[in-house]
Design a protein around this ligand. Structure first.
Ligand code: GDP
Ligand code: CA
Length: 325
């Protein structure tokens, strides 16, 4: 069975572990979000690709959910001792090696997809990980400029998320470079030639949304013969972890499972999903989702451990079978 998954970082990779447990023999392609990418101290950092790579490769910090296990922070401390900015980004020593290899290969002219493949070879990933694009796309967030009251400014998504903890209102979210980006090699084929396309409970705006925003990807998702099934990252009226509600508010979407389903929209009505899983505690929203032309089911959606996450993956694949056209 060929499965293709459009994934962000923590939500995406946690789901992928469950999917691998549910379908260990599946041929899985992951299309990773690269709009979180940032250059720091000359190093190209790809947080979402690395979270997927470390999680599935066994190198992730279990406690933090990002970065490496057994990490040390000497480089970060030394940089801070020089007083150089930014100090808010967690660059661990082990992690830096990944960014050094990536930056060196990019500088030598390799595309990000070739670099990602080389990095993943070390981790013997049980999936094929493709960046959404080899072209640079970077999410920026428009906020009130604290230094110039009455004016606004755009900051990199990482600064908004990591330094500001999404605590200031986001007026607008812009994926800079998106219009000119091309899907990375293999991305459109992985969407066209799969048996099921899955949208894990990743951030609908700054993870899955930026992947779909690369010209050609949304169209490929709309056209594929495979059923497209999503899982809600929202349970109740907030994100399960993280701050997805802040970026949903910026695009005018309520933080509920049904509002996110409508935001994606039914493929039959020019949207991108056929089926949508919501948490059992939200089952009162099933009718409203059906009203948007989307086949919804309520199942437990807390990814508390691999077994419950595997059950979510199973439910998504069963819904896909029921909807196969
Ligand atoms: P990021 O790039 O690291 O922010 O990760 P993703 O975009 O892949 O996923 C972030 C989303 O995962 C957040 O919106 C969370 O609400 C969602 N999420 C995290 N844990 C869970 C969980 O246990 N269940 C569900 N349904 N969603 C979750
Ligand atoms: Ca991310």
């Amino acid at each position: 069975m060929r499965l293709t998954v459009l994934a962000g970082g923590i939500g995406g990779s946690t789901f992928l572990r469950g999917l691998l447990k549910a379908r260990p023999d599946a041929d899985i392609t992951v299309i990773g979000n690269t709009a979180d990418d940032i250059t720091l101290f000359g190093l190209r950092v790809c947080p979402d690709l690395d979270t997927v790579m470390y999680t599935l490769g066994g190198g992730i910090s279990k406690e933090r959910g990002w970065g490496r296990e057994d990490e040390t922070w000497v480089i970060k401390e030394e940089l801070a001792a020089y007083g150089v900015e930014p100090t808010w980004f967690g660059l661990g020593d082990r992690d830096v090696a990944t960014h050094l290899v990536r930056t060196q290969m990019l500088d030598a002219g390799y595309g990000l997809s070739a670099v990602t493949q080389a990095l993943c070879a070390r981790w013997k990933l049980p999936v094929r990980l493709l960046p959404m694009s080899d072209d640079r796309v970077e999410t920026h967030v428009v906020i009130d400029d604290p230094d110039n009251p009455g004016t606004k400014k755009a900051i990199h998504f990482q600064e908004y998320w990591v330094r500001l903890h999404a605590e200031v209102p986001a007026h607008q979210i812009v994926a800079v470079g998106s219009e000119k980006a091309k899907p990375a090699p293999g991305v459109l084929d992985a969407i066209a030639d799969c048996d099921v396309l899955l949208l894990p409970p990743s951030n609908p705006v700054v993870s899955v949304g930026t992947i779909l925003g690369v010209p050609g990807i949304r169209e490929a998702v709309q056209k594929t013969a495979a059923p497209v099934i999503g899982l809600s990252p929202i349970i109740g009226t907030g994100p399960v972890r993280g701050m997805a509600d802040k970026v949903l508010a910026a695009v005018g979407v309520e933080s509920t499972a049904s509002a996110v389903a409508r935001y994606y929209g039914a493929r039959a009505r020019d949207g991108v999903i056929d089926g949508w899983l919501i948490d059992t505690s939200d089952s009162a929203q099933l009718d409203s989702i059906a009203g948007a032309g989307i086949h919804a089911q309520a199942v437990p959606l807390w990814m508390t451990d691999e077994t419950t996450t595997a059950a979510m993956a199973d439910a998504a694949l069963s819904l896909a079978e029921a909807l196969r056209r």
